[in-house]
Design a protein around this ligand. Structure first.
Ligand code: SF4
Length: 354
């Protein structure tokens, strides 16, 4: 790519951006803490939903010190409903590290910032370019789409070869004088103009140099490798009411929703009804010698995660007696207080609509 073409693309993008960019609070600041929070929230999240969370999060934790001092439960609670909860756990761990090791200042160099939990190449480049005006190029889903269409590149964007190739192109295009504006312009252009299903080619400032448009193959790009298989899971949750108390389990271990709270759960390999559950050993462990009545409240609630579909039956359980195992293995909490626990959206929705 010659230098002229490179400058032209960046120039057109920035010009487009000046006119068309959305007014968003993290665009009115170069505060690295706020840029960092916005970038983490916006991963895997639409801007409209992310905006609401960003404003709440910044209000609750306005500085890295305040975030570091908060409990993980409080941070997860603010994150509730946004999904990908490891993002919140990593934010919290990283805030603590920034306070103890970097004098409460978000590092302004690549080696330090990339060493922090939850900050990968994309986030590092975004913070360094937007907050510190350093010449790092960002490559996210929008950038992959725009670049693959502009240059009709069919290397799969989710392959290691593709990642390397697109990164090189992004660096070739980068405006090193205004890297932050350039990066934001490119991402915003992908989000609003060169969109997945309705690219606005007729009014595109890059239409004269866009190879996929010339070939009329815009929708052939970007190319992705085959999708990974989706796993189906079957959850049976028990919302136990015992004298005005409910019971929760804190999820631990390497699975979804780590450190979030859920009702006592029996996971099965397939959809089962209550009669089948009665036979399961796990059910007997939970409810042997107890005095309980079950009502199936919601059935086959489908919750979609990136690589998992979770089908859930919710049971309401009225208990007048519980066994020793149950009482000692779950968190007993007054029903009026359960809103203070961070919980997955699946459970939160159930509580809202039951
Ligand atoms: S011409 Fe169409 S496909 Fe090419 S960059 Fe513009 S909007 Fe995207």
């Amino acid at each position: 790519m010659n230098n002229h073409k490179q400058l032209n693309i960046s120039h057109h993008l920035k010009k487009w951006y000046t006119i068309n960019k959305r007014s968003l609070p993290w665009r009115d600041t170069n505060n690295p803490y706020k840029i960092w929070i916005s970038e983490i929230i916006l991963q895997q999240t639409r801007v409209t939903q992310g905006l609401e969370y960003y404003l709440r999060f910044i209000k609750r934790f306005p500085t890295v010190n305040i975030l570091a001092q908060a409990s993980e439960t409080d941070v997860l609670k603010e994150w509730q409903g946004l999904g990908y909860y490891s993002r919140a756990r990593n934010l919290h761990a990283t805030a603590k590290k920034i306070v103890s090791f970097y004098d409460s200042k978000i590092p302004d160099n690549y080696n330090d910032i990339i060493s922090l939990k939850g900050i990968g190449d994309y986030t590092a480049a975004a913070i360094l370019s937007i907050a510190y005006n350093k010449p790092y190029a960002v490559v996210d889903g929008n950038v992959y789409r725009v670049l693959s269409r502009l240059f009709a590149i069919d290397t799969p964007v989710d392959s290691s070869l593709g990642k390397k190739e697109f990164k090189e192109i992004a660096y070739n295009l980068l405006d090193e004088i205004n890297p932050g504006t350039h990066n934001q312009a490119l991402m915003e252009f992908g989000a609003l103009h060169c969109t997945p299903f309705q690219p606005l080619c007729k009014s595109c400032p890059l239409q004269d140099i866009c190879i996929s448009k010339e070939l009329n193959k815009q929708f052939d790009f970007p190319v992705k490798q085959k999708k990974s298989k989706v796993r189906s899971r079957y959850f049976n949750y028990f919302n136990v009411n015992y004298n005005g108390y409910s019971f929760f389990n804190k999820r631990i271990g390497k699975d979804i929703w780590k450190n979030m709270y859920e009702f006592p759960l029996i996971e099965t390999d397939e959809e089962v009804d209550l009669t089948q559950l009665f036979e399961a050993d796990s059910f007997k462990t939970l409810f042997a010698n107890a005095n309980v009545a079950f009502i199936l409240k919601q059935t086959q609630v489908k919750h979609i995660l990136t690589h998992q579909h979770i089908y859930t039956n919710f049971y309401e359980v009225e208990a007048t007696k519980l066994n020793e195992y149950f009482v000692s293995n779950f968190l007993k909490i007054e029903i009026d207080e359960i809103h203070t626990l961070p919980m997955p959206r699946l459970i939160h929705r159930y509580l809202e609509y039951k």
